[in-house]
Design a protein around this ligand. Structure first.
Ligand code: NAI
Length: 243
């Protein structure tokens, strides 16, 4: 599980642990990853927290090796780590573009490549990629949108490639979810975080913003044995019809 220290990732990690999975919480933020893993362990689950920058190939290989050594070979991978600062096209530097794509798209490739052999070897596996409704377009965040759209192509291509090995690959595309990421957007807009959520909820058909647990429920289903005939799909978890 990448980006599992906080927000959506932490909720998914906790839920998968409750479902009976041993969870490796990989994150750039080592201390929070360790805290998240400790909270899972305290409630009777099995988890470890490890520092891993998913944009760093050597770090990814080392982290996956450590996970295998401590918890055994993985059967499930949730690619969730990401960031999404805004940058208009005329102001965006090549470094900003490369950095974002390096994490939000290339990073998921690196982690998937390091893990997938273990899934194929046992003939069973589940991969869930956390995309976004921004895949469909996001004003002022073309780099983020491109990475999230790229992740959908990655998902569908891997579903084709890995189906015969018993591995399903799906994407969850969240809408507005309460997290540090959306709080940062509120601050950028000069809004109080709760006011920002209230405004966002007005344009969401179910009348509320999403919670990290909304994504965790969906991930729980997609990695379950019951979801074996569901692959290459994008599930928009956005409180309304999207896509
Ligand atoms: P968040 O900012 O609360 O959490 C992101 C996590 O990813 C953090 O723990 C961070 O340390 C980690 N991370 C960032 N770069 C990393 C790297 N290079 N290597 C390893 N870990 C790294 O954000 P949130 O909201 O929980 O987002 C999780 C995912 O959901 C992201 O991929 C985001 O794009 C996606 N998403 C979020 C939405 C929202 O409304 N919050 C909407 C749609 C998609």
């Amino acid at each position: 599980m990448t980006g599992g220290a906080r927000g959506i990732g932490a909720a998914v990690a906790a839920r998968l642990a409750r479902d009976g999975h041993a969870v490796a919480v990989l994150d750039l933020d080592e201390r929070t990853a360790a805290d998240t893993a400790a909270a899972i362990t305290d409630s009777g689950g099995r988890a470890i927290g490890l520092r891993c920058d998913i944009a760093d190939e050597a770090a990814v290989t080392a982290a996956v090796d450590q996970v295998v050594a401590i918890l055994g070979p993985p059967a499930v991978l949730v690619n969730n780590a990401g960031l999404g600062p805004p940058a208009g096209i005329t102001e965006m530097s090549v470094e900003q573009w490369d950095q974002l794509l390096g994490i939000n798209l290339r990073g998921h490739f690196l982690v998937t490549r390091a893990v997938v052999g273990h899934l194929v070897a046992t003939g069973w596996g589940r991969i869930v990629n956390v995309s976004s409704i921004s895949a469909l377009g996001d004003e002022g965040r073309s780099h983020y949108s491109s990475a999230k759209a790229g992740l959908l192509g990655f998902t569908k291509s891997l579903a084709l490639e890995l189906g015969r090995h018993g591995v399903t690959v799906n994407a969850i595309a969240p809408g507005f979810i309460v997290s540090d990421m959306t709080a940062a957007t509120a601050r950028r807009l000069g809004r109080d975080v709760e006011e920002h959520q209230r405004i966002a909820a007005q344009s969401i058909p179910v009348g509320r913003v999403g919670r990290p647990e909304d994504i965790a429920h969906t991930a729980s289903y997609l990695v379950s044995p019951d979801a074996g005939f569901v692959t290459g799909q994008v599930i928009y978890v956005a409180g309304g019809p999207v896509g």
